[in-house]
Write a protein that binds this ligand. Structure first.
Ligand SMILES: *Cc1c(COP(=O)(O)O)cnc(C)c1O
Length: 370
């Protein structure tokens, strides 16, 4: 047999699957393998609730409840949502993928913004749909630019609010305007992975839209402010038709027993969530002020409503150099050349002494780079 014949006899992936760039996670160890303080994955520096940790030990080792009934009931109670309108996912990542798969396929278009969350691109491609990328407005979401790309092929629009990796936030009016201008048969996915970090008075109105319209799915996660990223628990809410669609195609036992127990216990400790929100807000403000004082060196912190800040390096100090310098000092942050941001570092808000050390190191490097 010739080599070509052999190759033709091996399974061939679908061309749209081959076109996917696999998700690139942040690093967590230095070049020499020594552990670094990880501020690259937007995890909660305060850990997780003691109540969640206590619940871990009690989870049974049998198959989990396939419908996460107790957890959905508790979520419904807290958010004032009928639990029948809630679907659980293996992280919200699963739900984002299912939303694309459920509503789009080959020949259809899925829109998201430039510098949006990298999972949307994978979600669009893996069901064979065509990703359509809307231009940004100084790294933020430009509602008009996005709407200009809507065609009769558009099936799904993804918006993260706040957005990752930019931290930018669309206020309620903009979200309402975006939704109002979309055709009723286009699914608007509002990814609120960082929703709990936003002050209550700044609520983007996504939940209310999901409750009152047939074409809105809001996704949330226990990975960020709840500090349960390792358990992989996300949830979504929307019209019964959307929930039924996602339930048809999700993994039958997609949330582990431990995950269900820990998440439910975490919801009984909203004081922890509030502590984390206030810590993040205060530390983010302090950190951004220190970066703003380096404006003369070309460092720019984009306004963030999330638990991280994207710093742009527009002067002599390059982002890659800063990334390596921080790693030498024991800190791993996220450098984003794969997302069109070779000049950006996304830094998770951590403990005060770490943020101070990072700011001091950036200043030292910026002054040396002149
Ligand atoms: C972290 C993140 C998620 C959540 O991922 P999980 O699968 O729930 O851990 C979703 N969307 C955005 C924008 C994120 O940054």
């Amino acid at each position: 047999m010739t080599e070509t014949e052999i190759r033709n006899r091996s399974p061939q992936p679908k061309p749209w699957i081959e076109a996917i760039h696999a998700y690139v996670p942040g690093k967590s160890a230095g070049k020499d393998g020594r552990p670094l303080i990880k501020l690259s994955a937007n995890e909660n520096p305060l850990g997780t609730s003691e109540l969640a940790l206590a619940a871990r030990a009690q989870a049974p080792a049998l198959y989990p409840d396939p419908d996460s009934k107790a957890l959905r009931a508790r979520l419904g109670e807290l958010h004032g949502i009928d639990p029948a309108r809630i679907v659980m996912g293996t992280g919200s990542d699963e739900l984002l993928n299912l939303a694309a798969q459920g509503y789009a396929g080959p020949g259809d278009e899925v829109i998201y913004v430039r510098y949006g969350f990298s999972v949307y691109d994978i979600a669009a491609r893996r069901c064979g749909a065509t990703p359509v990328v809307a231009p940004d407005a100084d790294y933020g979401t430009d509602v008009d630019a996005l709407l200009a790309l809507v065609t009769e092929k558009t099936r799904v629009v993804f918006i993260a609010n706040p957005n990752n990796p930019t931290g930018s936030f669309l206020p309620r009016g903009d979200i309402a305007r975006l939704h109002a201008a979309l055709p009723a048969d286009v699914l608007l996915v509002i990814d609120q992975a960082y929703g709990e970090y936003v002050a209550a008075e700044d609520d983007d109105g996504g939940m209310a839209l999901a409750e009152t319209h047939e074409n809105v799915l809001v996704t949330r996660t226990f990975s960020k402010i709840f500090g349960l990223a390792g358990e992989r628990i996300g949830w979504g809410t929307g019209a019964p038709g959307i929930i039924a669609t996602l339930n048809r195609i999700r993994g039958p036992f997609n949330v582990s027993s431990t995950g269900q127990a820990m998440a439910k216990a975490a919801l009984d400790d909203m004081a922890f969530v509030e502590r984390a929100r206030v810590h993040n807000r205060d530390e983010r403000t302090r950190f951004v002020e220190q970066i703003e004082a380096m404006g003369n060196h070309g460092l720019r912190a984009l306004p963030s409503q999330a638990n991280f800040v994207l710093i742009l390096f527009e002067g002599a100090l390059r982002a890659e150099t800063a990334f390596e310098g921080l790693a030498e000092r024991g800190y791993i942050v996220r450098w984003l050349p794969n997302q069109g941001l070779p000049h950006g570092l996304r830094i998770t808000i951590g403990h005060p002494h770490d943020m101070d050390a990072i700011a001091a190191a950036l200043r030292e490097m910026a002054e040396a780079a002149r």
